[in-house]
Design a protein around this ligand. Sequence first.
Ligand code: PGA
Length: 252
Amino acid sequence: MRKKIVAGNWKMNKTLGEGEVLFQEICHKLEASDPGDVEVVVCSPFIHLGTLPGLVRGSIVKTGAQNCSSEESGAYTGEISAAMIKSSGAEYVIIGHSERRLYFGEKDEILTKKVSRALDNELKVIFCCGELLKDRENENHFRVVEEQLKNGLFNLSDKDMAMVTVAYEPVWAIGTGVTASSEQAQEMHHFIRSLLKNRYSGKIAEDTTILYGGSCNANNARELFSMDDVDGGLIGGASLKPDDFISIINSY
Ligand code: PGA
């Protein structure tokens, strides 16, 4: 049975103090509710990784980063390595988010290296893929997602692929308030699973968690999560609001 995951992506939000308050509120509210068998992850900015994992204690919330360096260590001013992230106690790292691809020029080649670094350091990878609006309008969305997965992930061994969660995030839905319909999400998730089956095996395809991301909120999560191939969400804006985030988690 594949894991259900709801992961928050705080992006570039929250100072150190604000992050602690938010995280503690999420943990407390979650303990008071019953999230069942959903794995809850908070992917914070790097500065929080020194404190949040220590606050987790008995809580079920896991922590993660939003990026890692493609290099192992050394003279790369401003970079954070996968080993550093691992040493914080974080378990996850997001790689290939569309904001990294678009604003920081991260191409498939660099993303492949990042995935390898993360897996070498026993971090679980949340690998993002998703098409631009023009790709969907031109009916190129399946081709774009296929290329991103082939180039970014499909060099991995079966064992490494088991450490990867895929997040389908149509770029036109991220932070726009326009969510993919549950049918659009299901169609793409089913397609992604069929690619995994062709490249790997039926078992890996069935066991891989595929998250939906892009304006997922407390109102639409239940419908999205009810689809067969949608195994949870990668949540941006709504993960900064504890009540909304908990309500999304409880939508399962
Ligand atoms: P959003 O962001 O929920 O604010 O649309 C999702 C993401 O970028 O991961």
